[in-house]
Write a protein that binds this ligand. Sequence first.
Ligand code: SF4
Ligand code: MG
Length: 316
Amino acid sequence: TIPVLELKDVTKTYAISQGMFRPKATLTAVGGVSLTVARGEVHALVGESGSGKSTLAKMLLGLTKPTSGEIRIDGVPIADTDRREVARRIQPVFQDPYSSLNPRKSVADLIALPLVAHKIGTPADRQKRVAEMLDAVGLPRRVIDAYPGQMSGGQRQRVAIARALVMKPDVLICDEPTSALDVSVQAQILNLLMELRREFRLTYFFISHNLAVVEHLADRVAVMYLGRIVEERSREALFERAGHPYSRALLDCVLTPDPSLGMPDAGITGAFPNPIAPPPGCTFHPRCPRAADRCRVTPPGPVPVADGFAACHFAA
Ligand code: SF4
Ligand code: MG
């Protein structure tokens, strides 16, 4: 069967100005990412901020083009697919329901927006569809005339999810969908996403820096570091024994006793490197407890491990 999403050697670089008298530098935000996402799967993408997760999400949404490589939806390259068709089939749920919803629009208008933009249905059809979406995300129909400012963070994220679903998409790209919410609300939204997955037969591409969240809901997990996938496994295999030292360090942070230290890099020594001048060899070597001489010279390729791969010389 054809995967719903397929990335082949996807790279995104940016030219960065270094001032008037120096040549531009190249920042590789995403470097040579290959991934497949099967229909109905929750595929998580994990990494620190600055690792390229959001750039990858933007490319999947068709908001920015890869510099090289190819993204396919159901086997068809996004580059050959009508932009509106991409927008119908792949919808985003962003981190911050405060900034992603226009405060001057009512809930009804916010949810109907994609239908209006794509000229789908009559006004009566749209109103019916909005009501169905409110039911689906567990909001009472009386909020239909409310404005975002009158709602809680959790309610606003439900509105954002309703808007994403109104086009009957195949895939939701969730970029840290709960990290702006109170801890008490996060679980409710995650449970809702999992219910909707069954009800609407959705596939999720789920971006997070929080491995505890990922452990609850992912089928497969890709770990990203400095624009590259360093490990890609089934959730079970990854959480049982990570093959890459970076994944292992992230997993150890999940067990950090003080939640205020819960940022993924809390347990990893050394600073996140400058992405304009990445370290030679394995880009993780300055921070890696296992680094050996060859790591400083030779970049590791993907090494097969149980249920996936890890890009480390010593993964096997
Ligand atoms: Fe660490 Fe070397 Fe593996 Fe890179 S290749 S993760 S530096 S052991
Ligand atoms: Mg981000």
